[in-house]
Design a protein around this ligand. Sequence first.
Ligand code: AMP
Ligand code: GLY
Length: 423
Amino acid sequence: MNIMILGSGGREHAFAYKIKQSTLCKNLYVAPGNSGTSEIATNLEIQVNQFELIADAIQKYIISMVIVGPEVPLVNGLNDYIKSHKKLSNVIVIGPNQHASQLEGSKDFAKDFLNRHNIPTAAHKTFTAQTIDDAFLYIDSMPAPYVLKADGLAAGKGVLIIDDPNEAKNELNEMLTKSKFGDAGNSVVIEEFLDGIELSCFALTDGKDYKLLPSAKDYKRIGEGDTGLNTGGMGAVSPPTFLTQDFFNKIEKKVIKPTIDGLKNDNIDYQGFLFFGLIKVKEEPYVIEYNVRMGDPESEVVLPRIKSDFLELLLSVSNGELSNHQVEIDSQQAATVFLVSGGYPEKYEKGKEIFGLDIKSDSILFHAGAKSENGKIKTNGGRVIAITSMADSVKDALEKSYETIKSIKFEKMNYRKDIGFDL
Ligand code: AMP
Ligand code: GLY
């Protein structure tokens, strides 16, 4: 069968790498893709929000399955668009419909869902410009720090954590009355601050059953020791080595299973990945957020650990036969380190030639903000290449990635030298 992956990051290269291993895959397309996906698939010059062009390509290339990498097209209704298109109604879409995608697209929707199904999460209230005075009283009633979340998608920038109550009120005012995050901030969730260690868990579901995928931890801050600005992710490990079987069982019982049951009870149709952004406080898991897709850079460590035929697994999601499948997971552990452009996540330059990518090592190089140009591979974004390695332990996997990195260079290349430092 012919498959199309939507997106252009390391996550989508990791999807392509995995799908390509399946004998069921005939032709693989990635839209728009990057220099890495172009080596193993055909890139199409289509952006993830160009629904009509996506529909045209599905027909032209006789695509049977569309795997949606990022959240934005899902929240904008790509699944519904394809399903309601009279020539595409048989196309399999991995990624939920617009209603279900609100689990990621609206923090308020997600909090309501969590509370309705008694799934542990931080206490919260949601406010709009009309109720800003109540919001100020709510801030006064709670201890610092204050967690403010724009309700809608804000490209990962919509969460503020502020120590000073007056500054929190100022920021809230900016969001609610001055459109600091555009329409995404028309409603703001204010929630209790939770202090603990974060981890990412993943499930694949057909809406009836679910399969657990490997868990991971990502490193979001630009600076060593988890300092400085937030980024899209500077590295990740799988498994998070502090995750014991007991604690994982607790996560499944208190979070994952009630989420799948909740979707069924609420008649929310869901086929695709569910990403549980969790925080471990004392010995209890709390949901920080849901995402309706795989994580990035988590995919770069999670997908290489899946030994089962990944495409077969995705097919079983579409025909409701997921329960008949096992997900075989490699006992090897994985780590990835992102090479980023100097200056990222603030201003940075693009178009720098990347040297050393032909290095012989057993690391896997997942391209992200990188493109091919006249036979050269050049930087094309903030996060450029994720260097993934597998070994008997996360520590050894990290060592392998750092060894591989020694051979790769581009002007102003930056990366964190301490991924896994806290494990
Ligand atoms: P989110 O976009 O909801 O994932 O939030 C972004 C980041 O903010 C998370 O990865 C956490 O590090 C942090 N965060 C969000 N909510 C809370 C909370 N209630 N308590 C502590 N940290 C939080
Ligand atoms: N790594 C976090 C995310 O993909 O949202």
